[in-house]
Design a protein around this ligand. Structure first.
Ligand code: FES
Ligand code: FES
Length: 175
């Protein structure tokens, strides 16, 4: 490769980098990243928040779910640059005090966490659901968790966890 080639490649690479600033779990995170960087990669590789998991990488498993401006989304399908200026919540925020969130506790108690790879996505989806519906129906839970795959639990324990967390919230044991 000639010096000219190298210069052209470097210039091209420079043109494809973008500045991104996100507010993640209440903290501002800024970086200059390749334009093709997904939100998932930004969170894991730049912000070093590895609680968000990469499963399929193509929007089919839900393992990479985070909350973007209040809504659960698949972080593998969104470019970090598209989220510039947005508010992102990851699983790390739920236990920020050092104690498990009541939804996480419910998952453990019902056996809904086994290998745990899918759990951050399920827990964040449940968190979003319970913020909107205090007493979700089976259908509500089905809808909220649809597209989230778990290879270990058979799902019933996950539904039980969401119902348990909801019941405890209605009893005033968490907000
Ligand atoms: S890793 Fe994003 S949906 Fe599977
Ligand atoms: S607990 Fe293992 S994939 Fe869900």
């Amino acid at each position: 490769m000639t010096a000219l080639d190298t210069g052209v490649s470097a210039a091209a690479a420079a043109r494809t980098r973008v500045d991104v600033t996100l507010r993640v779990n209440g903290m501002e995170r800024s970086a200059t990243v390749p334009a093709a960087t997904t939100l998932l990669s930004f969170l894991r590789d730049t912000a070093h928040l590895t609680g968000t998991k990469e499963g399929c990488g193509s929007g089919e498993c839900g393992a990479c779910t985070v909350v973007l401006d209040g809504k659960p989304i698949r972080a593998c399908l969104v470019l970090a640059a598209e989220c510039d200026g947005a508010e992102v919540t990851t699983i790390e925020a739920l236990a920020a005090s050092g104690e498990l969130h009541p939804i996480q506790q419910a998952f453990i108690e019902t056996g809904a966490i086994q290998c745990g790879f899918c759990s951050p996505g399920f827990v964040l989806a449940a968190w979003c659901l319970l913020r909107e519906k205090a007493d979700p129906t089976r259908e509500d839970i089905d809808t909220a968790l649809s597209g989230h795959l778990c290879r270990c639990t058979g799902y019933e324990s996950i539904f039980a966890a969401v119902r348990l967390a909801a019941a405890r919230r209605r009893e005033g044991r968490w907000r």
